[in-house]
Design a protein around this ligand. Structure first.
Ligand code: C5P
Length: 275
């Protein structure tokens, strides 16, 4: 049995630069990963896929899954039979801007690479990841990085490991494509220089305004996080609706989680740390 965690991804900053002819947007983003996420298990046997965990039911209702697509892409790329019994413990909310599906696809590729003795830096593995989604290459390596292009041109960046983080999702799923379409097409400039936190603090998430126009409750989540003590950065992740705050200490994070939990018990929360 192979077990791969599929860590949640957050975008410490996300600058949208231009819409390309292929419909995708040229972006610059600071990826960071958490020490928590979904958990994917791969057991020997005929090809199968099962879901469990708090968000498993929602996902099975949707049908198409990135884990099975990743397994099919891997089998084609390496000319191997499609086999292996996957079980996904779905702990992260679906369509929430923290890369759940992308992380699951990347975990499936890593599990299959381990099973078949393929190196993680094999270019065919990267090609599979790139074809599966814009965030999948970053999730394949699972380490903080500056991402350019659609997010697949990656430069590793260190510096925030161990920082306490609180994620809050106000219970709305937003479509990434819809949020990108609502972007106002104004290029507000690149991500600056400096260390990871400096770059993040100087940066912004250009998808926040379009996401808030689609789901105004995102503004409430941001205001709630901004009202907590000793934050280092408060921002929406990806195309939303999940928002996050980085804290000075674990005690600050715990106090914030308790306060938000009391005010909005129906919102999803995750207390974690940056990897
Ligand atoms: O690549 P992925 O399948 O995750 O993207 C989902 C949708 O988000 C795309 O179909 C596209 O509409 C939009 N997108 C974009 N520019 C990006 C990434 C995603 O327009 N860089």
């Amino acid at each position: 049995m192979i077990v791969e965690t599929a860590p949640a991804k957050i975008n410490l900053a996300l600058h949208v630069r231009a819409r390309r002819d292929d419909g995708y947007h040229e972006i610059e983003t600071l990826f960071a990963f958490l020490s928590d996420g979904d958990v994917l298990r791969l057991a020997p046997g005929p090809a199968s896929f099962a879901l469990e965990g708090p968000f498993g039911v929602i996902l099975s209702a949707e049908g198409d899954n990135l884990v099975t697509r990743a397994a099919a892409a891997f089998a084609r790329a390496f000319d191997l039979p499609s086999e292996g019994a996957f079980t996904l413990d779905k702990r992260l909310p679906v369509a929430s801007g923290i890369g759940g599906g992308s992380a699951d696809a990347a975990a499936a590729l890593r599990a299959l690479a381990r099973r078949n003795g393929i190196a993680i830096d094999d270019p065919r593995l990267f090609a599979c990841a790139d074809a599966l989604g814009s965030d999948v290459p970053a999730c394949l390596y699972g380490r903080s990085a500056l991402g350019r292009g659609r997010g697949e041109r990656l430069e590793p960046l260190d510096g925030l490991a161990g920082v306490p983080v609180l994620l809050v999702n106000p219970g709305v799923a937003v479509s990434t494509g819809a949020v990108f379409s609502a972007w106002d097409r104004v290029d507000r400039g690149p991500i600056g220089d400096g260390d990871l936190l400096e770059r993040a603090l100087l940066g912004r998430n250009d998808l926040e305004a379009p996401a808030r126009s689609i789901a105004p409750v995102i503004g409430e989540a941001l205001a709630m996080l901004e009202g907590t003590a000793n934050t280092r950065l408060v921002r929406m992740s990806g195309s939303g609706a999940t928002c996050f705050a980085l804290y000075e200490s674990e005690a600050d994070r715990a106090a914030a989680a308790a306060a938000i939990g009391a005010a909005r018990p129906e919102w999803w929360r995750l207390e974690s740390t940056l990897a």
